[in-house]
Design a protein around this ligand. Sequence first.
Ligand SMILES: [Zn+2]
Length: 156
Amino acid sequence: MDYDENKIDDYTLALLYLVTHERHEGLGARAWKGFDWDTMNRLHEKGYISNPAGKTKSVAMTEEGFLRAREQFKQFFAKQTTVISLPKLTPDAKKRWNEVPEQARKDIIESVWCPHCKTGVPMELHDGKMERRLLVLRGTCKKCGGEVARVVEPEG
Ligand SMILES: [Zn+2]
């Protein structure tokens, strides 16, 4: 198998952060070294860790190595906290919106006139409010990101 050694190095270095057991601010750290030998040698050549040869079970990380390890660890393994912005509807707008049958709601959201695209587009719903008896939905065009709005007429 052909593999990307640099990628292996990056992930190994990132995992070294996980097994760091001594941190000396500004001077690096020490980390357990039970990783692939060749990789550890490459990390040494890159200046991130001390020579991994020797009997000690841990290796010294340079300050540069430690900071990069921490950075990479965050990048590779941190849980993504995706911010899902729920549409904000005023209470009466929400009530009216919920009265619309689900399929009709989908149809409305999936085909909104976009003045920029000059066609019906799916809308990312952001907010809604009642204006007299009309439900006014505002959002953005999923194609161009421009602002779109849709008015839902009162029933009957
Ligand atoms: Zn558009």
